[in-house]
Ligand binder design. Structure first.
Ligand code: NAD
Length: 357
């Protein structure tokens, strides 16, 4: 019986996770998967309960599970805490603890939602991008990091470090993914000003030699940010370091229409972790307004990558498409002529569509 660790987290995390578990239970019934769910604490809720953003018990639960379903962490309540004990640090430490070095963030435009994008229909129609983000290296983790007092005032430092090994393994993920798609990899860096980017570019070029059927292009991150909104259809797989991948995948959310639609899978050598790209959205938390589709689509990735059940994954994705096609929308993607519904109602409708098949 596959065990799923469920880490709802903070803010809208528990709201979207609840709807996702609802959908996964229907998928389990329809495809005879016998899933077992066990909840754990992460982030602000874990700080409140245990004093740590990542309790040992949560690490144990994640390591012994077949997959992890995660909501989001953070919020104003914990903003005054210092970096090592902030909610977000719990997530960063969990990613590192599980060696989740590859973050896959697909951004595919739904036919029913083309007009939900702030970009013109002609620009976004047919866009289908996979951002492959390096997740456990770079500037989010490098030492030294911190703020120190100096006679002239405070001084802050972040350190960006990448090794050949780290770049090689993420580049392999990108090229492998491209083989199953349109066979193009855009590698993003700032090789004109950053040493880590210079290394990045050289290693990606070397990895590319083993994939002659895949076209490789290099693009500076600032140009990529511009090209993503100018002509998103030029991209197939984008591979980027931790920081650039973070920024560019949020930008890709606007091509699809809302950050509430973007799922992600974090994969490494052990248990995979599945989470919506968005954060805890404190501005709408507790109001039954959040879009649960990014979390539900993350569950589809969980079925595909961790449980190796493509049929169940496709069924969940089709159920989402069906509900959108029927005109149901949460507030972030609502438009004139569509039916605005709550988080819970969206979860119910997807679960019903999935059950009907
Ligand atoms: P955010 O993604 O939480 O919210 C950005 C905007 O998008 C907000 O206006 C929010 O209402 C909206 N939004 C986000 N998800 C939505 C959804 N599912 N449905 C509808 N609208 C949605 O980013 P933020 O405001 O920069 O950060 C808020 C908190 O979340 C911070 O504490 C931040 O550190 C944390 N955060 C956590 C994660 C994570 O847990 N993986 C990721 C990003 C930010």
């Amino acid at each position: 019986m596959p065990k799923i660790a469920v880490l709802p987290g903070d803010g809208i995390g528990p709201e979207v996770t609840q709807e996702t578990v609802k959908v996964l239970k229907v998928a389990a019934e329809r495809f005879a998967l016998s899933l077992v769910f066990e909840e754990g604490l992460l982030g602000g809720s874990a700080i409140d309960a245990t004093g740590s953003p990542l309790p040992k018990e949560t690490v144990r639960l994640c390591k012994e599970s077949d997959a992890i379903l995660f909501g989001a962490v953070g919020g104003p309540k914990w903003d005054a805490l210092s970096t090592p004990i902030r909610p977000e640090r719990g997530l960063l430490n969990l990613r590192r603890e599980l060696s989740l070095y590859a973050n896959l963030r697909p951004a595919k435009v739904f036919a029913a939602l083309i007009d939900a994008s702030p970009l013109k229909r002609a620009v976004v129609e047919g866009a289908d991008i996979l951002v492959v983000r390096e997740l456990i290296g770079g500037i989010y983790y490098g030492d030294p990091k911190g703020i120190e007092k100096t006679p002239e005032g405070e001084r802050a430092v972040d350190t960006c470090i990448y090794t050949t090994h780290e770049v090689k393994r993420i580049a392999e993920v990108a090229f492998q993914a491209a083989l199953k798609r349109r066979r193009k990899v855009t590698s993003v860096d700032k090789a004109n000003v950053m040493a880590t980017s210079e290394l990045w570019r050289g290693v990606v070029r070397e990895v590319a030699e083993a994939y002659p059927e895949v076209t490789l292009e290099h693009m500076y991150s600032d140009n990529c940010a511009m090209q993503l909104v100018r002509d998103p259809k030029q991209f197939d797989v984008i591979v980027a370091d931790n920081l650039f991948g973070d920024l560019l995948s949020d930008e890709a959310a606007m091509i699809v229409g809302s950050i509430g639609l973007l799922p992600s899978a974090s994969l490494g050598t052990g248990t995979g972790l599945y989470e919506p790209v968005h954060g805890s959205a404190p501005d709408i938390a507790g109001k039954d307004l959040a879009n649960p589709l990014a979390a539900i689509l993350s569950a589809a990735m969980l079925l595909r990558y961790s449980l190796d059940h493509d049929e169940a994954a496709r069924a969940v994705e089709r159920a989402v498409e069906e509900v959108l096609h029927q005109g149901y929308r949460t507030i972030d993607i609502a438009q004139t002529g569509t039916k605005q519904i709550s988080t819970k109602r969206m979860g119910d409708l997807v679960a019903e569509a999935l059950a009907k098949g």
